[in-house]
Structures are given as structure tokens and as C-alpha cells.
Design a protein around this ligand. Structure first.
Ligand code: NAD
Ligand code: IPM
Ligand code: MN
Length: 365
């Protein structure tokens, strides 16, 4: 049942490289969903990352930050690229994204992973290992080494990794709750044999476990977890980790699923407003060719409908339309096909419209 608003405003941040290409595809899908489900969606577009540095010298312009905070949800493409990658540059595109995550307070980054049978052959794993892979990664997003003090002096550099128990507890609770509504298994990833932040992480997970007695908690060290994601990916349900471990392990998970272009994400804080982005980057090697896989962006738009707008039915309809489009072979080159970004988007909207026609005729009968 949809309990969402009758209208909503989405701030679009296409960013750099393939960002604008995959966001155009996702917006086309959102427009179709809004027409079919009869609610009004308005969009405004704002610069972030490299294009914002070029336009006004800041990776997150103040006007962009304010527009995001005034929106119901933010949909972002990707930031960065070789043009802005000089290590001595005073400002980098990626800082814009990190500042936005902090400004929105979106500390829990949800990255679901499933394997579509049509693209499974592009996974480096054998088919039997991919059967029943269905897990969700919860990555802490606004703390840890990403946000600790950075220093460089006399040829010595350091990045501080810092976590408070409050920061750890709130993201772990999110993961426990999610596990409770799935298969009730939670894998907490750390490096408690070496890092003090990881020992605090493990202690906190252990303490919370008694409140979530219905959830089976296990701990894995991050190095071994990198191996287990390849050897038995179907054994995981919900996986939770600190920021940097989650960044690395989810790119590995995307390769397991078949392509980095497939995975969506939702970054959530306390309220309904969220930041939604595919997990991939600006893919400078294919930017401008119109062949980027928009699946991750489209699936992120579905997460936006579900988590920020309360439109669960519309979100599921969009997810199944994407699944059907892949089923029928509307595949971009990263997963062995010849379809363009725009062609995959049209295949998805085609399925949305034909599903709604079926629903309407069932309702009339
Ligand atoms: P990348 O994710 O941009 O690309 C890695 C590889 O995956 C490339 O070969 C690329 O062509 C492919 N790929 C990625 N997305 C794809 C898609 N949708 N369809 C088809 N193929 C796809 O990672 P990178 O090359 O290491 O980074 C490039 C830039 O992107 C860097 O500046 C990095 O900081 C930035 N980046 C941004 C984000 C973000 O904005 N959320 C995420 C990751 C990387
Ligand atoms: C991601 C990206 C970002 C991160 C970069 C671009 C700052 O890799 O969203 O996964 O490391 O969080
Ligand atoms: Mn990443």
C-alpha cells in the first residue's frame, strides 16, 4: 500500500563523467512511475563535484547544499575524474560528496546485492556459487578514516580513524533492524585483532546483540571477509561494517553480481530524507559514449521511492520492470549486451507501462 505524499521534490545532482547519463535514465523511469501512480514529482538540478569546481570553485556549492536540505530526496550520479585528480589540487570533487553526506547526516549506507541470472555469466564466480546470493551491505558513511584529521608534514602523512560508540551504535541498530526483517542473520565486519576502533565496534555489537536476540550475530575479520564474499556469498544476509571496509567490500560485491554498474545505494539518517546513488564512479573510460549501465541508478531511484517517499508499491514495480528488462536481454556492454543507456531505460519504462495496463484491466474485470 502507498502511504506516501501526493507530491515530492527531488534534487538531482548528476555530477561528472557518466553521472548525467545514468541520472537521465533514472529520471525517465521516475517520470513514468509518477504518471502511472498519479503523484507529482518535481525536479531541480544542481552542480556537485568536478563540474561544480569548474563552475564556481567549490565541490559542494552552498546553493547545492541548501537545495538538498530543502528537498524530499537527493538523487546523485557520480563525481570525479582525471581532470580534477591532481594530488596537489586544493579542492577535489570527492570532497563535495563527503561534505554532502555529512551535511545530510546520512550515516547508514544501504547497498543491496542480488544476482540477475542474465548477467551471472559476467561474474568471475562459478554459477553454483551465485545461486541464492541475496545480501544487504550496511556501510557506516559519515565517520571513520574518511572524516578524521589529515596531516602532511616533512614527508610524513597521516589519516586519523576515529569512531565514537554513539556513531557505531546507531549504524549497528540499523543493521540489526534490517536483519530482523530479513533472514535474521547479521555479519559484523571489523579488524578487532589490530585496530582499537574495531575493538570498540565489536564490543558495541556484542552489547546490542542481547537486545536483538532473534538475530544471529557473527563477527568476521575484514581480510577473511574479503575471501568469504568470493567463496560463499550466498551464506550472508545483512553485513555491517565501518566506512572504508564497506567501500572496498561493496565494489567486490558488485563484481560478484556481474558489474559495478548494477548496484544501487540508499544513504539514510534519522528522517525520511535520503541520498540515493549508484555505487559506481564517474567511469571516465566510457563517459560520453552513452553505454553506461543505468541499472544501479534506476534501482537507486526505486530505493528513493520506498525509503523517502513511502511509495513501496511503486518502488517494487520499478524494480520488477528493471528485472524484466534485463531478463529480455536489454543489456549494456559491461554485461555483454549491445544496448545503450537510453535503450535500457526505455525497456524499463515499457515494462512499467505494460504492467500498469495489466493491473488496470485486472481492476476493471
Ligand atoms: P569507476 O566506478 O568510475 O569505474 C571503474 C570501472 O567500472 C571502469 O572500467 C568503468 O567503466 C566501470 N563502470 C563503472 N560504472 C559503470 C557503469 N554504470 N556501467 C558500465 N561500466 C561501469 O571507478 P574509478 O575509475 O576508480 O573512479 C573514477 C572516478 O570516479 C574517480 O574520480 C573516483 O573518485 C570517482 N568515484 C566516484 C564515486 C561516486 O561519486 N559515488 C564512486 C566511486 C568512484
Ligand atoms: C563510493 C565512492 C566514494 C567513497 C568516493 C567517491 C568518495 O567510492 O561512494 O563508494 O569512497 O565513499
Ligand atoms: Mn566506492
Amino acid at each position: 500500500m502507498n502511504v506516501g505524499p501526493t507530491s515530492a521534490h527531488i534534487a538531482l545532482l548528476p555530477g561528472d563523467g557518466i553521472g548525467p547519463e545514468v541520472i537521465a535514465a533514472a529520471v525517465e523511469c521516475l517520470q513514468a512511475v509518477s504518471a502511472i501512480y498519479g503523484f507529482r514529482l518535481s525536479f531541480s538540478e544542481h552542480p556537485i563535484g568536478g563540474c561544480a569546481i569548474d563552475a564556481c570553485g567549490a565541490a559542494l556549492p552552498e546553493a547545492t547544499r541548501l537545495a538538498c536540505l530543502a528537498s524530499d530526496a537527493v538523487l546523485l550520479g557520480a563525481v570525479g575524474g582525471p581532470k580534477w585528480s591532481d594530488p596537489r589540487a586544493p579542492v577535489r570533487p570527492e570532497q563535495g560528496l563527503l561534505s554532502l553526506r555529512a551535511a545530510m547526516g546520512v550515516y547508514a549506507n544501504i547497498r543491496p546485492v542480488q544476482v540477475h541470472p542474465r548477467v551471472a555469466q559476467y561474474s568471475p564466480l562459478r554459477a553454483e556459487r551465485l545461486r541464492q546470493v541475496d545480501f544487504v551491505f550496511v556501510r557506516e558513511l559519515t565517520g571513520g578514516i574518511y572524516f578524521g584529521e589529515k596531516q602532511r608534514e616533512n614527508g610524513v602523512a597521516s589519516d586519523l580513524c576515529r569512531y565514537s560508540s554513539m556513531e557505531i551504535e546507531r549504524v549497528l541498530r540499523r543493521a540489526f533492524e534490517l536483519a530482523r526483517h530479513r533472514r535474521r542473520k547479521l555479519t559484523s565486519v571489523d579488524k578487532a585483532n589490530v585496530l582499537e576502533t574495531s575493538r570498540l565496534w565489536r564490543e558495541t555489537a556484542q552489547r546490542l546483540a542481547s537486545e536483538y536476540a532473534d538475530v544471529q550475530l557473527e563477527h568476521q575479520l575484514v581480510d577473511s571477509m574479503a575471501m568469504l564474499l568470493l567463496t560463499r556469498p550466498s551464506s550472508f544476509d545483512v553485513i555491517v561494517s565501518e566506512n572504508l571496509f564497506g567501500d572496498i567490500l561493496t565494489d567486490e560485491a558488485a563484481a560478484v553480481a556481474g558489474s559495478l554498474g548494477l548496484l544501487p545505494s540508499a544513504s539514510l539518517g534519522e528522517g525520511p530524507r535520503g541520498l540515493y546513488e549508484p555505487i559506481h564512479g564517474s567511469a571516465p573510460d566510457i563517459a560520453g559514449l552513452g553505454i553506461a549501465n543505468p541499472s544501479g541508478a534506476i534501482a537507486s531511484a526505486a530505493m528513493l521511492l520506498r525509503h523517502s517517499l513511502g511509495m513501496g508499491a511503486a518502488a517494487s514495480a520499478l524494480e520488477s520492470a528493471l528485472w524484466l528488462a534485463l531478463d529480455e536481454g536489454a543489456l549494456t556492454p559491461d554485461v555483454g549486451g549491445h544496448h545503450s543507456t537510453a535503450e535500457l531505460a526505455s525497456a524499463v519504462t515499457g515494462h512499467l507501462w505494460s504492467q500498469s495496463a495489466v493491473d488496470a484491466s485486472v481492476a476493471r474485470a
